[in-house]
Design a protein around this ligand. Structure first.
Ligand SMILES: Cc1ncc(COP(=O)(O)OP(=O)(O)O)c(N)n1
Ligand SMILES: Cc1nc(C(=O)O)sc1CCOP(=O)(O)O
Ligand SMILES: [Mg+2]
Length: 401
């Protein structure tokens, strides 16, 4: 096997299996032959323990030590998966690249349908790498996929064994909200909606591309370029670069206000407000396959957006915001009125941050699919850390629902 791997220039994943590691010769083979060729190895805590001669792994610090020790066997990256750690409501994985550790946090989903999660994660990492992602980005996208699949499969009843399979095709079961169109907009993508701001990026010395990359690395599920102070030519260049980044991560990219930019960079869609060109006109320009979002503050606006062929609503300001001047604050009551009246999925916006995002999603409003955030992600030094933190908060609320 090693000879074949050496012969061909392939990426090597080593997804360990606890059972095979019980055999000492297999264990030695993994450690001494295969790991040195691997781009990444992805043991869970039990497997990491076996690889390291039975050390106990109870804490994040233990997982970091284990990642560092396994790294010394020769792989370029190590991911120690904490989904099996006892007594934790979170599934925390430790990623190590030989220099820095990154804790990837997700919610532990209580279900017996976990058969194949390790293989799915490794395969998904491989698929993301094949699309051109960095290793950390590939791991984050793969982890997000497994977490979403587990969430959507948690109540499936198949067979009688201690573990059931989970549904890799869960996205096909999501309702097509816009029945008249041919598009397959997935409303779940509104879960963590990152909206950029050129002034904030400038303040922190971030390019638009770096900011978008970092947001996706942290777990953003959709991105909107809201660039109000940028010249058209520079905007289009940045939008094209962001399209490449988003495409390779499977994250939709929308453009705020500018249908011309969206058309020129073949973006996934456009977001418009009440004083912009109407969704009906945007639909004519973009065609049926693109995503259109409309800002709505009232049930009447929600009804009109639906009639105009929009795919989702942005509803706010839920809280006061300084990002958008003179923006009326609707509060929870205003958000509730729009969500109850809407025939489309809704994303909440305005003043949302790590402290209050949980309270918005805990409202459990019909059609409310997620939160859209500007300053709490982009008016910060480390966009990926802020996004990761917010994602973890949102995931916790979703899993408790
Ligand atoms: C997701 C989302 N919701 C609302 C808005 C606001 O759009 P709009 O009212 O057109 O205001 P500007 O963003 O153009 O200032 C949004 N951008 N995204
Ligand atoms: C762009 C935008 N639209 C809003 C609306 O209510 O429609 S609030 C808003 C700004 C949101 O920024 P932040 O997350 O920094 O508060
Ligand atoms: Mg607008």
């Amino acid at each position: 096997m090693c000879e074949s791997l050496q012969k061909f220039p392939v990426k090597v994943m080593v997804s360990t299996s606890g059972d095979s590691l019980s055999d000492p010769s297999t264990l030695t083979y993994y450690r001494d032959e295969l790991f040195a060729m691997a781009d990444i190895v992805t043991p869970n805590v039990k497997e990491a323990s076996k690889l390291l001669g039975g050390v106990s792994l109870h804490t994040i610090a233990d997982m970091r030590d284990a990642a560092e020790s396994i790294y010394k066997f020769g792989p370029r990256y190590v991911l120690v998966k904490g989904g099996d750690m006892p007594d934790s409501s979170e599934a925390i994985d430790v990623f190590y690249d030989g220099k820095e550790f990154v804790e990837l946090r997700g919610h532990r989903i209580k279900t017996r349908n976990t058969h194949g999660t390790g293989c799915t994660l490794a395969s998904s990492i491989a698929a993301e790498l094949a699309k051109g992602s960095s290793m950390l980005n590939a791991v984050q996208v793969a982890k997000n996929f497994v977490e979403s699949a587990l969430h959507h499969s948690k109540d499936l009843v198949i067979g009688n064994g201690p573990q059931g399979p989970f549904d890799h095709l869960f996205r096909l079961r999501c309702p097509p909200y816009n029945i008249g169109s041919q598009q397959r907009f997935n409303p779940d993508s509104l879960f963590l909606y990152a909206v950029t701001d050129s002034r904030m990026n400038k303040r922190w010395g971030h390019s638009i591309e770096d900011a978008v990359k970092a947001a996706i690395e942290g777990g953003a599920t959709i991105v909107q370029l809201r660039e109000k102070d940028i010249e058209s030519r520079a905007f289009l260049e940045a939008a094209k670069a962001c399209m490449d980044i988003c495409k390779s991560s499977g994250v939709p990219l929308l453009i705020n206000d500018r249908v011309d930019i969206a058309l020129a960079c073949n973006a996934d869609g456009v977001h418009v407000g009440q004083s912009d060109i109407s969704a009906r006109e945007v639909r004519k320009l973009l065609g049926p396959g693109k995503i259109i979002g409309v800002s709505c503050k009232t049930p009447a606006q929600a009804e009109q957006a639906w009639r105009d062929g929009a795919d989702y609503l942005g509803c706010g300001g839920v809280f006061p915001t300084t990002t958008k001047a003179n923006n009326p604050t609707l509060g929870f009551e205003g958000l509730k009125a729009v969500c109850l009246a809407s025939k489309l999925p809704v994303v909440a916006i305005g003043g949302i941050n790590a402290t209050n995002a949980g309270s918005v999603m805990e409202l459990g409003l019909p059609n409310l699919k997620g939160v859209a955030v500007v300053s709490a992600l982009f008016d910060r030094e480390c966009v990926s850390t802020e996004t990761r933190n917010l994602r973890s908060i949102l995931t916790s609320v979703r899993c408790l629902a």
